[in-house]
Design a protein around this ligand. Structure first.
Ligand code: SF4
Ligand code: SF4
Length: 137
């Protein structure tokens, strides 16, 4: 199970994360995805979120990123890929849809307000280099 916008996060991951536990878990999941498993695409917290320090509120009662503002990032990606929520397919098939259907406008809508985008870790240019595997202009 992978939340929609984590298709981009896993593709652009360079080892940095919210905490050591988060980065370790993320690295493990990115490694598993390279083996091309079947994944279910969702708009809710996933296995990446479970090791994230932001996954609970200060009261530790509710998933932080189970809110509409974060779920909307998942929906933007799934709508762009024309994929219904909860669909299962292989990781490679889904990443081929990302390569075919993503564009800069969709990337900005999904990632423009993310702290990692603002810190400069992620950009449409890095997306093109690392996920599209071609040089940015
Ligand atoms: S900007 Fe944020 S949401 Fe977008 S790929 Fe990077 S970490 Fe993920
Ligand atoms: S809990 Fe939120 S910030 Fe953490 S990995 Fe999940 S979506 Fe990203």
């Amino acid at each position: 199970m992978l939340r929609g916008h984590h298709l981009l996060c896993t593709g652009l991951f360079v080892g940095a994360g919210y905490s050591d536990d988060f980065s370790e878990n993320m690295s493990r999941i990115v490694g598993q995805l390279q083996e091309n498993p079947s994944i279910q695409l969702v708009c809710r917290p996933d296995a990446i979120c479970t090791a994230c320090p932001k996954s609970v509120t200060e009261e530790e009662t509710q998933d932080f990123c189970d809110q509409d503002s974060v779920r909307s990032m998942d929906r933007i990606i799934l709508e762009a890929l024309h994929i219904e929520e909860n669909r299962c397919d292989t990781y490679e098939n889904i990443m081929n849809l990302v390569r075919e259907r993503m564009n800069e406008e969709i990337f900005q809508k999904c990632c423009g307000s993310c702290s990692w985008y603002k810190k400069g870790f992620c950009s449409y240019e890095t997306y093109r280099k690392r996920i599209m595997k071609k040089e940015a202009d």
